[in-house]
Design a protein around this ligand. Structure first.
Ligand code: SF4
Length: 399
């Protein structure tokens, strides 16, 4: 399918909008009330530090809502204003944040139901308005909604669209896209729907397996068993790994994406030599600035002497999980929570999600005596949630 041509024709449709409705002022107050925080502004002005009795707070210098998320949420609010009576759907959580999605439900935005991992669009009819979230939607979903006569409000972040353009370029030049991402993540599903031949690798370990295969050090059956759910239909590792380009889910760990890019560049260099490298490997920078800034700020924060960290963001938020990984890799006692409600200030207890494990409850969360707490939040977390966590920490430190 010519996804590029489809997108072009969709962009010219009268039932498609990706620029908002010019109602920013009308929704500004609701957005401010729901998501912004005076306390966070004060802490920012104070060099990202706050002292409260025995408690010292250190905020990361970049955290929380990125502009792509702000834009998507504002567009969703504008959509409700613009279509006050129409049935409004969203193909997925607009972003991975429970409170934002809760607010949308309160505005009578319906989420497309999912049955056994498959989205059920049967309730969506002609004339309905359907919002595509910040991390996009698959080209098949866009086609279906377009054919059904829906109005499509596309909040896909331009950084994500840039990755789609990259994999479309790969496709045009019969290059296989190596996508660094989580195979079931909505953004990676969307990106792979725009790609031609592709293979998704989760991390360096999987990238190394692919690199070894290219250097004739792998077993075909074992390879296909590992990647059968992570590649394009009909993928043949003996045919499709000779010309590669790297793309990524925008919220992956930046350093890992770069490392994966370098690994494949080195591999193709060894296999084909410098004169032919450009025929076998291409790289475009598809790492989003906001993800990069938040990760860089986290690396600076964990260099400070911290007693513990609180990382706030949806449990299915990839960029938040990567922030938690950075804290854990430095041996810091770090707690990933999705909402302030996980913190019980009266009981000095916390319910949190350790990496790759189920939710866990812990008491004795804040130690006695002077304590320094580092705080950050993922790109889909409003400042209001961070404020509530800090307020609870202040109450806790007084007891
Ligand atoms: S994290 Fe980056 S790619 Fe994702 S919505 Fe924000 S700005 Fe866009």
């Amino acid at each position: 399918m010519d996804t590029h041509a489809f997108k072009r024709s969709l962009h010219h449709s009268e039932r498609y909008n990706r620029r908002g409705f010019g109602r920013a002022e009308e929704v500004a107050e609701s957005l401010e009330q729901a998501y912004q925080s005076g306390l966070i502004g004060t802490i920012r002005d104070n060099g990202y530090k706050l002292s409260h009795g025995r408690l010292s707070i250190r905020l990361a210098e970049a955290f929380g809502f990125c502009w792509g998320v702000e834009r998507a949420v504002a567009m969703a609010y504008e959509t409700r204003k613009h279509y006050p009576a129409e049935r409004l759907w969203i193909t997925n959580e607009i972003i991975h944040n429970p409170s934002v999605n809760h607010h949308l439900r309160e505005m009578d935005v319906q989420f497309i139901p999912v049955e056994q991992g498959v989205k059920d669009f049967s309730g969506v009819t002609s004339g309905d308005v359907v919002i595509l979230p910040a991390f996009g939607a698959t080209v098949q979903e866009m086609q279906l909604l377009n054919e059904r006569g829906c109005h499509i409000v596309d909040t896909t972040c331009p950084w994500v669209s840039k990755v789609w353009t990259t994999v479309e370029k790969h496709k045009k030049h019969t290059i296989t896209s190596i996508i660094h991402g989580k195979v079931k993540h909505e953004e990676t599903l969307a990106t792979s729907s725009f790609a031609g031949t592709y293979l998704v690798v989760l991390d360096m370990e999987e990238a190394q397996i692919v690199a070894d295969y290219i250097m004739d050090k792998g077993d075909r059956d074992a390879f296909m068993q590992r990647f059968s759910a992570a590649c394009s239909p009909g993928f043949d590792p003996d045919r499709d790994l000779s010309r590669l380009g790297v793309a990524n889910q925008t919220t992956m760990l930046k350093s890992e994406t770069e490392e994966i890019g370098r690994l494949f560049e080195r591999t193709m260099l060894s296999k084909y030599g410098p004169a032919e490298l450009n025929d076998h490997f291409v790289a475009f920078n598809t790492i989003c600035d906001a993800t990069q800034e938040r990760q860089d700020a986290m690396f600076s924060l964990v260099d400070e002497p911290l007693d513990l960290m609180v990382v706030i963001g949806g449990f299915n938020s990839s960029n938040t999980t990567h922030l938690q990984e950075i804290a854990v890799s430095r041996g810091i006692r770090s707690f990933h929570i999705d909402t302030p409600d996980r913190l019980d200030a009266q009981a000095n207890a916390i319910e949190h999600k350790p990496l790759a494990a189920e939710l866990r409850s812990e008491t004795g969360f804040l130690p006695a005596g002077p304590v320094t707490v580092g705080i950050t939040s993922g790109a889909s977390t409003p400042d209001r949630a961070v404020e509530e966590v800090i307020e609870k920490l202040m109450v806790l430190s007084e007891s």
